[in-house]
Design a protein around this ligand. Structure first.
Ligand SMILES: *Cc1c(COP(=O)(O)O)cnc(C)c1O
Length: 362
């Protein structure tokens, strides 16, 4: 059997979830959209069932997958509905629903619903992606209440730059939020992973809210670029690993792989690893990207191909056929690989495919 696989440590997932709760002092919706960032939404939800206050996904298709797996906990649809027809299913399955646009509000007013909705009313505080304008927020809140279609409203917004800990923008967004929600007595949800972990550095006084929405941090990767003490307590959940399936000795001056992107500068021992971009390993990772071989640090060399990649074994004489290679996990941080490849750990995780996931409670 091909040795490429992604080990998923559910104990680490739970530890990271607890960290989100402790750091925020709030209830936490575990964000498991995009198949739990590649970790498997149903398995991750089941692992968190006992402690999670609920879950958040991008859309009703993802939410239905969880309900069909028997998960009865609250599930928030982070983009609400895309068509008014979804409202009937939202009510039937008791999903919580973001309202981020006036057209959604109007659709709710027009709908005839068997049960009142739980709405998370999203304010655009400066990210300028989705969310109601501050000037419309109070009126939207009142219209939802007056519609008779809504049982509960949670006030929410989203930070655009919380991963930049020196940046004043998050505090400015918070100020816009506080102005716009004045006088509204309701629960509040603002923080994603970087805002939960960076709270004390981002805001003039510690930001407390009723609900937080941790995503990336649950999976144990730092949302910050570069080392940050605030993220030190996270435990990587996914270990992407494989084995050496070929070894060759090259003299100096020989190319390796497509496009001869690597040419040996000295006699070089090359290991071929069963892992490629079809598994989700980033093709853009350049020579030098860290890997770990039987627990020893080494590096990628040459271009990543679809099913294989090549690593440098020159300084690891003990390593050879069958050696275990960690592409990311506890020895090689996904955020480091992401930085080398010019991307973010979010994308590495979401891109995972083909390599089977193997779950453990450790
Ligand atoms: C994806 C998402 C989150 C989680 O963000 P992380 O940075 O992964 O913690 C939180 N809130 C909203 C609205 C999201 O779309």
């Amino acid at each position: 059997m091909r040795p490429a696989r992604a080990l998923i440590d559910l104990q680490a997932l739970r530890a990271n979830y607890r960290l989100a709760r402790e750091a925020s002092g709030a209830r936490a919706l575990a964000v498991i959209k995009a198949d739990a960032y590649g970790h498997g939404a149903v398995r991750c939800a089941q692992a968190l069932l006992d402690e999670a206050g609920g879950f958040a996904v991008a859309c009703i298709e993802e939410a239905l997958e969880l309900r069909e797996a028997g998960i009865r906990a609250p599930i928030l649809l982070l983009e609400g509905f895309f068509e008014a027809e979804e409202l009937e299913l939202i009510v039937r399955h008791d999903f919580w629903c973001v309202v981020h646009s006036m057209w959604q509000l109007e659709a709710i007013e027009r709908a005839s619903l068997a049960m009142p909705l739980c709405v998370w009313l999203k304010l655009d505080t400066g990210m300028h992606r989705v969310g109601l304008e501050p000037a419309d927020y109070q009126a939207a809140y009142q219209r939802l209440l007056a519609s008779g279609k809504v049982g509960k409203i949670v006030l929410m917004s989203h930070f655009a730059r919380a991963d930049e800990l020196g940046c004043p923008r998050s505090a400015e967004q918070l100020h816009v939020f506080e102005q716009a929600r004045q006088g509204l007595v309701a629960e509040v949800s603002l923080c994603n992973s970087p805002a939960i972990l960076g709270n004390r550095l981002l805001f003039p006084k510690p930001l407390s809210s009723d609900w937080v929405r941790p995503g990336l941090m649950l999976y144990g990767a730092s949302p910050f670029e570069g080392p940050q003490a605030a993220a030190d307590g996270l435990q990587p959940v996914m270990t992407l690993e494989s084995r050496i399936i070929g070894v060759r000795e090259l003299p100096a001056g020989e190319p390796v792989g497509y496009g001869a992107r690597f040419v040996s500068e000295r006699p070089t021992r090359v290991g071929v690893v069963a892992m490629g971009y079809a598994d989700g390993y980033p093709r853009h990772a350049p020579t030098g990207t860290p890997v770990s071989i039987d627990g020893q640090p080494s590096r990628l060399i040459g271009r990543v191909s679809m099913d294989m990649l090549t690593v440098d074994l020159t300084d690891l004489p003990q390593a050879g056929l069958g050696s275990r290679v960690e592409l990311w996990g506890r020895e090689v941080l996904a955020s480091d690989v992401a930085a080398w490849a010019g991307t973010i750990p979010y994308q590495l995780f979401c891109n995972l495919k083909r390599a089977p996931r193997v779950y453990s409670e450790r």
